[in-house]
Design a protein around this ligand. Structure first.
Ligand code: VG1
Ligand code: CO
Length: 539
């Protein structure tokens, strides 16, 4: 039986950088998740006879919302839903499954790097048929629908057993519970030289941060590649990620960092985030910034079988350092600069214009799926180490010696009063016309703007994507507000300084960026607007 339940709109269901993210308590309000899911189904065309993929990162509320989504999909007319066993699907695995099954789309239940548990965060994201996050025109239509919704529909009946592989039927719709790892692991094996990685005799540590990559990493790294048992740390997904932020950066993956800087360090260390789409790369004694990792992966990708034919182009989000652009120039291929968020890469990947994409927030990926992919980056690094016989440190030094180095850091000011953050950005935007030519210590502003992107495949324009202040000589500071937080505002300040190949290539990042940090404060008045004199997180 299909139930129709009257409801009223919620005013706060606008998807952000990556789906709708709210506190669990917000999602637990009656009708809240149902309204959003119904709005997705109301907007998406072609449901009759189609397949929908459903899975999440295993955080608190995951199973509850999956049961809701299954019942509502049955009422919406889908012929089949494919659900990861236990409700688990990493974001890249969900993307692959959508593509492999020719699904109409998928619901990815995750708040990614945000913490989980009854008092923390949950999220719902809709991905389209190419496997990627819904583009802005779709998320805008979904948001519009959430403001006018009057009812939702769902099959009634008992919960589906999410833990038993196989098929059951709900109101005529087939529910297929699948192994969440198998297809994804096979895809990885098709892209990388597993024999060479096995033969290289490397030692590695992988921190799954008690999040979704645990089962994937255990299967791929320990079972298929034969790394020692225990290589995967924190490998069991927990509903609250053990109380930690599953954010693979130098603050939240501190244990891994300390290990990699110690005398006991293995050759290679890596971590992933809540939903498995981010990666942190640390060699023995050498942290690689995500922006550098993108550039180094792009420069060496041809060493892996899946990329032996070369790359069509490289795309990066605007705040990501320009290191990848230099690789693109050397390879004679185009470089693209998009707004923050993976949804902007989808069209470039679909059009075959870009092969590798990346963001400074520890996301890298390629045209093998339409999401960023944490384990993919780990495996490409391992393939590079195996093929070259070099260490991470050697690869990094060789890279800088050839291309120069983009020193880089991101300063996050979290939980800032929203009005204060908005005022800071408004003042910055108002100052844009007068900034060029101004001097801040040794730096002179060459140009300043509010980044706008025109998608070359469909000419759609996304404006107001962050304030850029470019200095003479290739240094830069970028200011933008986060679109993934769930309380107050987070100000992100991205700092970059280019040092040419004959310059200081192995100096302390903080020292190299000090002038730009001082200029950023002077330009934006961070302390004056927010009362903060130092960032909460430096990555
Ligand atoms: C952040 C990152 C962005 C990333 C997004 C989703 O967004 O900056 O690069 O795509 O998170 O990543 P924001 O708006 O907070 O800066 V994930 O791994 O949380 O899905
Ligand atoms: Co993520």
């Amino acid at each position: 039986m299909i139930r129709t339940v009257p409801t009223q709109p919620f005013s706060d269901q606008k998807p952000g950088t990556s789906g709708l993210r709210k506190k669990v308590k917000v999602f637990q309000q009656p009708n809240y998740a149902e309204n959003f899911i119904q709005s997705v189904f109301d907007v998406v065309e072609g449901k009759e006879g189609s397949t929908l993929v459903i899975g999440g990162d295993g955080r608190y509320l995951n199973r509850t919302v999956i049961q809701t989504a299954i019942r509502m999909a049955a009422a919406a007319g889908f012929a089949r839903v494919v659900v990861g066993q236990g409700g688990i699907l990493s974001t890249p695995a969900a993307s692959h499954l959508i593509r492999r099954r020719g699904a109409l789309g998928g619901l990815v239940l995750s708040a990614s790097h945000n913490p989980g548990g009854p008092d923390e965060d949950f999220g719902i994201k809709y991905n389209v048929a190419n496997g990627g996050p819904a583009p802005e025109k779709v998320t805008e239509a979904i948001h519009a629908r959430t403001l006018s919704i009057t009812e939702w529909h769902a099959a009634s009946g008992p919960d589906v057993d999410l833990d038993t592989l196989g098929e059951v039927t709900v109101e005529g719709m087939t529910v297929e519970i699948v192994d969440p790892v198998a297809d994804y692991a096979a895809l990885m094996e098709s892209l990388f030289d597993f024999d060479a990685i096995r033969a290289a005799g490397l030692t590695i540590a992988f921190d799954a941060m008690s999040a979704v990559t645990g089962p994937y990493a255990t299967e791929i790294l320990e079972r298929r590649l034969g790394f020692a048992p225990g290589t995967v740390r924190n490998g069991v997904p927990l509903e609250d990620f053990g109380g930690h932020h599953p954010d693979p950066n130098l603050v939240h993956a501190r244990d891994l960092y300390d290990l990699m800087m110690s005398a006991d360090a293995p050759d290679f260390g890596a971590a992933s985030d809540g939903d498995g789409d981010r990666n942190l790369i640390i060699g023995r004694g050498r942290f690689v910034t995500p922006s550098d990792s993108l550039a180094m992966l792009a420069a060496n990708a041809h060493l892996a079988p899946g990329y032996a034919a070369g790359l069509n182009g490289i795309a990066r989000s605007m705040p990501t350092s320009a290191a990848a652009d230099r690789v693109a120039a050397a390879l004679g291929i185009p470089a693209f600069e998009t707004p923050t968020g993976w949804k902007f890469f989808g069209n470039l990947l679909d059009a075959g214009m870009a092969t590798i994409c990346g963001e400074e927030s520890a996301g890298t990926g390629s045209d093998h799926v339409r999401e960023k992919d944490g384990l993919w980056a780990v495996l490409l690094w391992l393939n590079m180490l195996a093929a070259t016989g070099k260490s991470v440190d050697e690869i990094a030094r060789d890279h800088w010696a050839r291309f120069g180095r983009n020193y880089y850091a991101r300063h996050d000011y979290e939980g800032v009063d929203s009005a204060a953050a908005d005022a800071l950005m408004a003042a910055l935007r108002a100052d844009l016309p007068v900034l060029p030519g101004r001097r801040y210590g040794p730096l002179t502003v060459a140009a300043a703007d509010d980044f706008a992107y025109r998608d070359p495949t469909d000419d759609s324009v996304s404006a107001n994507q962050g304030v850029r202040v470019l200095f003479d000589g290739g240094s830069r500071v970028v200011f933008r507000l986060s679109g993934t937080g769930t309380s107050g505002a987070t100000l992100r300040v991205y700092l970059e300084r280019y040092e040419p190949a004959d310059g200081y290539l192995d100096t302390d990042t903080g020292t190299m960026l000090a002038d730009i940090v001082a200029a950023a404060e002077e330009i934006a008045g961070i302390a004056r607007h927010t009362g903060r004199t130092r960032p909460d997180v430096v990555t």
